[in-house]
Write a protein that binds this ligand. Structure first.
Ligand code: SAH
Ligand code: SF4
Ligand code: F3S
Length: 431
């Protein structure tokens, strides 16, 4: 058994975990396969955050079952958040799955393969052990994700993450700066520090602001980002680091979830809309041109039309650059699961599409404000459509397309923005 294919669902945290798993597999003599058909072992790294995410995984498993009937030696591993949540229940529903490994157990996969002890196993105990010295595999040669803390202690009432990712654990600051420098040696120019609650980072001696300063000053990385922040830990010190360290990119992802204080309270978000708005004002005052993105949920238990309108008004008032928007999906085991899921699906869909239309208009207008501006861009490849069109990300995390030679891939260049739609900027190379 030598070749593997990892299919990743869910968030950046999962992408980062898949990168670590790939590094472990490579170190153990496995090699990546192009497609699921070519792979001896197919690994699904899964997400549980909404029911739809889990349905997609079961759909994919059905396809793999078909493949496995034609290729009887093929092995299927299901790892990550859904394995953690469902454990044995995955085997009950998909008995052709060979192994189920939880979020903290997935790096052990090669050892079960080596033991030949494959076959309907489930391992979901918490307690993650990093394997030192491995540089995680990544798609993008120049931009990398690095997990700096695992887990979440927040228990927002709708959210499954704390149950599938366990309690917060932060890695020591020195280890993180060492890993960043290792990645720099490997060609990385931009790092995104990851955590479910990244700014509640605390290794016992340093908080998140300390960590950002250390990564900015004690490593040779060129650009620094982080996600996802919780409003409760958006401290003045953190804002100050954003404002004063030139390596910090002018982007903040700060989930608001709702514009109604009653709904926020029911969600267990522990801030009011007024507090959230104040944080946005402080951030914008400190960091000129900062791009701010968010997450929003519509149709949470008992959300009235008026409360939904409060979210619309909040989005109008704050004018986020972009937003991830979701219909509430009840998750068994969470506190909100005990409340009636009383907004009918068609109403959730109606609210979501109104919100998406509003945000699309604002994203478009925000992007028009970029016109004529010169932005620093990390060039990370060619556009999908054309070899002579390069693409990259601005500090505000917006994709820019512009004409230029392939030799610029990997460089940080200045691009003047000349046109924009709601999703993409177009520009001209300045130097
Ligand atoms: N740790 C991050 C993100 C967690 S999951 C944070 O705290 O913001 C990403 C987003 O999915 C959440 O911000 C929320 O908007 C959404 N989400 C989480 N649980 C959900 C559920 N049960 N139904 C719908 N959306 C949900
Ligand atoms: Fe979920 Fe809330 Fe934790 Fe984010 S902070 S992962 S939404 S419980
Ligand atoms: Fe999904 Fe797990 Fe991320 S539930 S959103 S993959 S932490």
């Amino acid at each position: 058994m030598k070749s593997y294919k990892i299919v990743t669902f869910g968030c950046q945290m999962n992408l980062a975990d898949s990168g670590s798993l790939a590094a472990v597999l490579n170190a153990r003599g496995f090699h990546p396969a192009e497609t699921e058909v070519d792979a001896d072992i197919v690994i699904l790294n899964t997400c549980s955050v909404r029911e739809k995410a889990e349905d997609r995984v079961f759909g994919r498993l059905g396809e793999l079952y078909g493949m496995k009937k034609m290729q009887p030696g093929k092995k299927i591993a299901v790892v990550g958040c859904m394995s953690q949540r469902l454990g044995e229940r995955i085997l009950q529903r998909a008995p052709y799955v060979d192994i189920v490994l939880g979020t903290d157990r997935m790096l052990e996969l090669p050892q079960y393969v080596d033991d030949g002890a494959f076959g309907a196993q489930v391992h979901t105990e918490f307690g993650y052990e990093e394997i030192d010295g491995l540089v995680p595999v990544r798609d993008n040669k120049f931009a990398a994700f690095l997990t700096i803390m695992r887990g979440c202690n927040q228990y927002c009432t709708y959210c499954i993450v704390p149950y599938v990712r366990s309690e917060e654990r932060s890695y020591p600051l020195e280890k993180i700066t060492f890993q960043v420098n290792q990645m720099v040696q490997d060609g990385v120019k931009e790092i995104t520090l990851l955590g479910q609650n990244v700014n509640s980072y605390n290794d016992g001696r340093h908080d998140f602001a300390d960590l950002l300063r250390a990564v900015a000053r004690n490593t040779d990385i060129k650009r620094i980002r982080f996600m996802t922040s919780h409003p409760k830990d958006l401290s003045d010190r953190l804002i100050d680091v954003m404002a004063t360290e030139p390596k910090m990119m002018a982007h903040l992802h700060l989930p608001m979830q709702s514009g109604s204080n009653r709904i926020l309270r029911r969600m267990g978000r522990i801030y009011t809309y007024e507090h959230f708005l104040n944080l946005i004002h402080k951030m914008r005052a400190a960091v000129a041109d900062i791009a701010i993105s968010t997450d929003l949920i519509v149709g949470f238990c008992s959300e009235t039309e008026e409360e939904f309108q409060m979210t619309l008004r909040a989005v109008e008032e704050i004018r986020f650059d972009s937003a991830f928007m979701f219909r509430y999906s009840p998750r068994q085991g969470t506190a909100a699961y005990r409340l009636p899921d009383d907004i009918p699906d068609n109403e959730k869909i109606r609210r979501l599409s109104r919100l998406i239309n509003l945000q699309k208009r604002i994203s478009f207008e925000k992007n028009q404000e970029e016109l004529g501006k010169s932005r620093s861009v990390l060039v990370d490849g060619c556009s999908r459509r054309s070899q002579s069109v390069l693409k990259g990300k601005t500090g505000g995390n917006k994709t820019v397309l512009f004409t230029g030679p392939e030799s610029l891939i990997g460089a940080i260049k200045t691009v003047r923005i000349t046109s924009a739609d709601a999703w993409t900027l177009h520009g001209e190379l300045e130097n």
